[in-house]
Design a protein around this ligand. Structure first.
Ligand SMILES: NC(=O)c1ccc[n+]([C@@H]2O[C@H](COP(=O)([O-])OP(=O)(O)OC[C@H]3O[C@@H](n4cnc5c(N)ncnc54)[C@H](OP(=O)(O)O)[C@@H]3O)[C@@H](O)[C@H]2O)c1
Length: 277
């Protein structure tokens, strides 16, 4: 019976992924920023799936100390981790900073999963075969790693900052996959599709009405958006597959920058210093 940890299970793709996993006999633990919301989602999913092994941990991914506390609590309460899904993400409309004073896209979409994964690696290795799944975005292809202004202090563009964070997650995925060769732990990334979740709709409200009207017609549902995450977590077809980027349950071409090992090495070093690893 798999033990799964997913970040950001309280809404959108994450909540649907928890549901999709809870209908198997897995233990599914999700993170919630807010205890009340965590309780509410836990109750709803247990009722809908009849799986009593659904639980949550309170974790604010915009706080490195909260990420550390979450990894610690998980390891204290569960003795195995078969699947880690780094799902939570943000796309803020304005430049914002985390509790540690780090630009929010970079902090939540990349540094938090970077730290959480590294802290949970001993448990994942001990539980092998194990899988790590990173929810990136096709937007990574619009991104670059701007070492001169990683945190958009000089200039902030919401799409560039988001795209950079999702490219960073892919660079991390590919470098980690190489480091984990032979351990039985795989790590892959994915694009979930373009979905009408809270994150997207907040952005749609800033579009001109005609563009918004046509864009909304292209959106898929959160349940459809959860499919590739559930597939990567559960399918025997991808046992042993590692370092890949998936779209619609298939291996897809990522930006050539995602394979730049010098970029990945430099980003890893800077990130490790930022999170105190
Ligand atoms: N929607 C799309 O079209 C799309 C496309 C490509 C990739 N993605 C990626 O898919 C993932 C899920 O996004 P979504 O569309 O489902 O968005 P969503 O509905 O806004 O859900 C985001 C989740 O992340 C959590 N979260 C946000 N900030 C957090 C923080 N500081 N600490 C802990 N949890 C936090 C949210 O918790 P709360 O409930 O407390 O807010 C929520 O559970 C993200 O990584 C996103 O970048 C989405």
């Amino acid at each position: 019976m798999n033990i799964i940890l997913l970040t950001g299970g309280t809404s959108g793709i994450g909540k649907e992924t928890v549901k999709g996993l809870a209908i198997t006999d897995a233990t599914v633990v999700f993170t919630a920023r807010d205890r009340e919301k965590g309780e509410e989602v836990k109750r709803e999913i247990i009722k809908e799936t009849n799986n009593n092994n659904v639980d949550y941990l309170v974790c604010d991914l915009a706080s490195l100390s909260s990420v550390r506390a979450c990894a610690r609590e998980f390891a204290e309460r569960w003795d195995r981790l078969d699947i880690l899904i780094n799902n939570a993400g943000v796309l803020p409309q304005e430049r914002q900073e985390s509790r540690d004073g780090i630009e929010l896209n970079f902090a939540v979409n990349f540094l938090a999963p970077f730290l959480l994964t590294n802290l949970l690696l001993p448990l994942l290795k001990q539980s092998a075969p194990a899988r790590i799944i990173n929810v990136s975005s096709s937007m990574h292809a619009e991104g670059n790693i701007n070492f001169d202004d990683l945190e958009s202090k000089k200039a902030f563009d919401k799409y560039k900052a988001y795209a950079q964070s999702k490219l960073a997650l892919l660079l991390f995925t590919k470098k980690l996959a190489k480091e984990l060769q032979g351990t039985g732990v795989t790590v892959n990334a994915l694009h979930p599709g373009v979905i009408g979740t809270e994150m997207t709709m907040r952005n749609v409200r800033t579009m001109n009405p005609i563009a918004a009207f046509f864009f909304k017609r292209t959106l898929i549902t959160p349940a459809q958006g959860a499919k590739t995450s559930v597939y990567l977590a559960t399918s025997p077809d991808v046992a042993g597959v590692t370092g890949e980027y998936f779209d619609k349950k298939k291996i897809a071409a990522a930006s050539p920058l995602a394979d730049d090992t010098a970029l990945a090495d430099k980003l890893w070093d800077i990130s490790a210093k930022l999170v105190g690893l």
